[in-house]
Write a protein that binds this ligand. Sequence first.
Ligand code: SF4
Length: 709
Amino acid sequence: MDALASRTIKTTCPYCGVGCGVNASVDALTSDVIIEGDKDHPANFGRLCSKGSQLGETLGLHDRLLHPAIGGRQASWDEATDRIAEAFSQAIEQHGPDSVALYVSGQLLTEDYYVANKLMKGFIGSANIDTNSRLCMASSVAGHKRAFGSDTVPGTYEDLELADLIVLTGSNLAWCHPVLFQRIAAAKQKRPGMRVVLIDPRRTPTAELADLHLPLTPDTDVAIFTGLLRHLARSPAIAPDYVETNTSGLDETLSNASSWTIEKVAEQCGLKPSDVALFYQWVAETERTVTVYSQGVNQSASGTDKVNAIINTHLITARIGTPGMGPFSVTGQPNAMGGREVGGLANMLASHLELANPEHRELVQTFWGSPTIANKPGLKAVDLFEAIHAGQIKALWVVATNPSVSLPDANRVDAALAKVPFLAVSDIVSSTDTLRHAARTGCVALPATGWGEKDGTVTNSERMISRQRAFLPAPGEARHDWQALCNVATKMGFGEAFSFENPTEVFDEHARLSGFKPEVRRDFDISGRAGLSQVAYDSMPPFRWPLRANGSQTERFFAGGAFFHADSRAKFVTTPVKAVEKHQPKYPFTLNTGRVRDHWHTMTRTGRSPRLSAHMGEPYCELHPDDASRLGIEPASLVRLSSPHGSIIVRALLSDGQQPGSVFVPMHWNDETASNARVDTLVKPDTDPMSGQPALKSSRVTVANADMA
Ligand code: SF4
């Protein structure tokens, strides 16, 4: 491996949404990549977790996709991009712009994402671009918009250290956002009065930090926060002046909450009334409260209601927009936030603008000088693959993601990939469950650059934009995703608008768009970084948005109100509590899916690291010992899980942190790493009606000893 240079390069970790700064250097003798935490980066101040520390082990040419291919045969870039442009253009001509789609990823850099979104929405004229970030934070986006009138994360990581009470709900922060967990742990050690409450059906490693763990019945979060709202309304914590001046809708929302007494909440959530009462008491008496939430909230058929039920409790107490308090959504992916900024979701427009708003559409179209602009929402992730079965999608380009493994009802998604008339897949590795479909006659595989080889920006969960910088050459014929998209756009006849020479030019356009027509009020604005020279972009330090053209910045949004609804008020959202799903004798277990500490997504990178693979060496099903004993399942024996959608075989891991009647299976393993272990083949394709986010944590399954099944 030739290094571009042996000096230390400051870049950003490509895994979770914490967005830690990384110092990378290449040993001149051995070519090993040496990784250290960046002490100057405000997300981590030098800390790294196991995944970040082992980044060096995940690099190298083994299993890399190095050349474009058409129908599985090596082809030139020219031939491959000709083929994509031809297939897309033909489909559009014959069936209209909504017959093509892009399915992209929170792994992309903002510059890649920007170009993809511009191509689809402004030039092809369809909003059929969605992203695997739909699986990670779409419910937060929808909840923010309902409450604030914009998709705005109010707070910063520093708030977690300043808080006196942190409520972690639906979040295994210790494994999924480890450096944030470390920051909270360090703050708690300094201030022993600080409390942590964990709300999670499982007793995860995060519980080690918790003063109170509430192991609620899966999917009953709306009830616990609705009861909390009622409790706060009757306590001295209510902020009547703030509510009067800065919010609307409390009366209706409180009326919906009126019956949710502590006893009723406890019954609904399967908790002790005394524990619920203690939690409510702590929240009521602690002004500096932050509620951190993640996939346990978002990945639910009522995910958006869960988000709003949480936000309601901060609005009624005016605990928002002030240091040490607020609702805080932590994103799963390294650039889920960047995708939101450029409109990488099928129902959003570039620059945090609204697809549904004619003034916003006109603004973006004018800025782009584009022939068209999408004027209705496109297909969201789950619907997009279903639309292939319905014959609507004729050409699909998948970029930097592996939907055959990660989407619910994965066998049906796999069948859609086998069926779509034209498929292109861009990836860094040569074998994924999705990529193999691109070897079909006439379909295309494109080699992409990966972490360490590409330049651009990412945005973390606290709105901090950081540079990812290259320190290795692109291997083989790999190209950057923004380049591949520009190549195809040019061949489709849109060349002038896609004549970017480098990511600096893409970033500049993105920054200028964010400040275009400043009279249109919006939260996202980085026009203060427009017009950067190459040198300035290369050396750009991390900064938090907004950063307006006049240099003004906002550390925390919503100080003293000033929300983005037309009346500048935040809205209380009424969140009906759904009945707990009845026991289903045919499928008696609730299946929860999620991450393990040392693997990332479908393991295309972490699977290369022996050290990371040593933590959890194979796929498993965590289940309660009482269930195991009843079913004749021995520790470490093989178990079969089945649902109406599929069946997998994994190893049993007995844990009393798991509730009886529930099981947990990690999301990472796939047909490339273990046979018959794609957990999402079991998952029902239900989605939240507001956000389209799949309910990845509440499918019904059977569990049986694999020898007897
Ligand atoms: Fe990377 Fe997240 Fe670990 Fe930080 S906490 S090193 S961003 S995986």
